[in-house]
Write a protein that binds this ligand. Sequence first.
Ligand SMILES: [Zn+2]
Length: 709
Amino acid sequence: MTRYSPNLHLDGTGGVLDVTTTLIRELLRCLLIVTVALACDEVRAAGKGITDTLASPHARLHAVDIGAVRWTDGFWADRFEVCRTAMIPNMWDLLKDPEISGAYDNFLVAAGRKEGRHRGPKWHDGDFYKWLEAAAFVYATTRDEKLDRQMDQIIETIGKAQRDDGYIHTPVIIDQRQQRSGADEFQNRLDFETYNMGHLMTCACVHYRATGKTNLLRIAEKAAGFLCTTFERSPQSLANNGICPSHYMGLVELYRTVADSRYLELAKGLIDARNLVEERTDHNQDRIPFREQSQAVGHAVRANYLYAGAADVYAETGDQSLLDALERIWSDVAYRKMYVTGATGALYDGASPDGSKAHSSIQLVHQAYGRPYQLPNITAYNESCATIGFALWNWRMLAITGEARFADLLELGLYNGVLATISLDGKRFFYTNPLARVDKLPFSLRWSRRREPYIGCFCCPPNSVRTVAEVSAYAYGVSDAGIWFNLYGSSILDTTVGDGEAVRLIQQTDYPWQGMIHISLEKVPEREFSLFLRIPGWSETARVTINGEVFADSLQSGQYFEIRRLWSAQDRIELVMPMSVQLLEAHPLVEEVRNQAAVRRGPLVYCLESIDLSDDVGVMDVAISPDAKFRTRFTEELLAGVTVLESKASVLSRNGWDKALYRRISPQGMKTTEIRMIPYYAWSNRGDSEMAVWIPLRYTLQGSRLPRR
Ligand SMILES: [Zn+2]
C-alpha cells in the first residue's frame, strides 16, 4: 500500500535546470500527487465529528464537525477558556517534567532519545494520549500554530517509540530496548496495553479530524494492525487483556475514519471473545457473557468503557442483542445506581456476586458499582473517569436512538459530575467525588479528600481536561431531518444539512443560570428542515416562540421538540424554560438519604459548604423544610460567577455525642439560620470545607398529638 511520505521534498533551490531535471521534477510531482491522492483515499472523506457516525447504519443522529461550534460567551466559553489557557499548558508542564510524571519521558526513552527506566503507572501512555486529544481538540478551535508544531514534535517521538510491528506500550518497549528478561507483551492484564492503544486510536482520530494530518493516524493504524494480527494468532491472549476496554471505542472510531473493516471485525470479535477469558470476574464484567448481562457490575470505569464500546459496535452492526443488554444495564444504572450528580461507581470496595449462597464465588471488587440503591455520600468513590465513561456511553446511546433521556444524563454528568472533578483554575483534580465531606472523619480514605495538582494514578485529570475541551462536540447533533440541540450555551454553529447545504445559527443564552435560549438563523437552505430542541427532564413549563409569536407552550419535558418548516435567514426562535428551585428526594431504598432532599435548579445540583454557614453551624446540623423558599442571586465575584440559592433553615444540635452512638431524642428549640447554597461543581474551591448535597428535611407535623381518650 502506498504511504504518504512527509520527507519527500520537491522544490529544488536554484541551479540551472536542463530538460532532464525538469522532466524528473515533473515525474516526481506527478508521483507526489498520486501518492497524496492514494493516502487521502485511504482516509474516508466523511464527517469530522468527535464520533463519526455519518455512515453508521444504526445511528440516528451524528456529531457536528470538530470546530463547527464556537462558544461565544457565558458558561462554556469561560470553561473552554480556562481549558485553553490553564488546563492544557499546565498539564503539559506536569506530563513533560520527569521529576513529576515521566509520561512524556517514557516515550523519549522508548524512542531511544533518552536514558532511563519507565516511570509512573503502566497506563501512563493512555493518560498522555488523553491530554494530546484535548490539545488537538482545542487546536481545532484556536488554530494555534505553536500548539500544532508542539503536537507534531510529540507525535514524531511517539512514532519513534513504536515497534516496527505496530506494538506500542512504553513499559514493555523500554524493557525490550534495554534487553531486560521477561519483557514480553500481554504478560499481565493489569499492564493495560490495549487500554493504552485504545486511547491512542481515539486521540489519533480526533487529531486527524482537527488538523487534517495523518501522522498520528498512521501510528494508530499500525497499532490496530498489530492487535488484529495478535487476535488472529491468539484470541485468548487479547481477550484476557481486554480490561478497561477503551480500544473497543478506539477501534470502531478508527474503522469509521479509514474504512478498514478489520478494525470493526476486531472490535466485534473482542466482545465475543470475552467468553474466552480464563479468569472471569464481575470486576471486569466478564463473569457471564456480555449479551446476557442486565446489571452494571464491577469496576465502574471498566464497565462504562465497555458499555460505550459495545454501543459503538451496535451503531455499525445493528446487533440487537448488544442493544438489548445495553438498555437493561443502562436502566440499572439510571434508575438504581447513579448519584443525583450523574456520577457512578459508588463503592471503594464491594463484593460480587453479592448475596451469593456460595461463599467461594464471592469476589472482591474495587471502585465498584454497588448494589441497587447503595449510594453512600461521604465515602462515595465515583472515580472521575467513571463519570466521564458514563457520559461517553450516554452520548453513544443518544446517537443511536435520538432519545432525550440519554442527553439528559449527558448534561447532568457534564455540569455536575465532570466539572466537579477540576478546580475552577483548571489545575487541581479530584480522583474520587464524594457527595458529602466532614472534617472529623474517624478513618482515612485511600484517596485525598481535596483536589490535588498531581495524582500518582493520573488517569482522571487528563480525562477531565479532554472532556471539558470537547463539550462543544456534544452540544449539537445533525441528522437527515435537521439539527439537534443537545446542550445549551452561547455559541455559533456552522454546519450542513441534507446534501451539504450550509446552515449557520447563533445561540445566545445565560444557561445554566437562566432558561432563556435565543436562536438566530443566519444561513439556511431553501427547503424544509427541522430543529430539534431538547426539553430537559427538569423543565416544567417550556414554551417556544418564533419571530415573537408563541408557537407552542406547555412542552413535554424529557424529549426533543421538533419544529419542521421552511426557515428563512431572519428567523428568530426563543425557547423559554423557567427555572425554579426544586427539592429532590431519593427512592426510599437509598438508605443514606432517607428524609433528606437534594436541591436542583435547572441542570445544576447544589450543595452546602460550611464556609457559607455561621461559625457555630456545621453542614450536618442544617435541616430544611420541604416547602422551603429559595432566593436566587447571581454573584459575579463568587466562584468565577455563580447563581447562589439562599434560604432559611433549622439548626439541629450537634453537641453531646462523646461516647454515645445513640441517645434519646430531646426536644430542641427551633433555632434558625440563613443558608447559602452553591453549585456542586464549584465546591472545594475556597480551602477545605465541609460539604453536603443531601440535607435533612424537617417537617412540621400538624395534629401529631394523640387524641385524648
Ligand atoms: Zn481515572
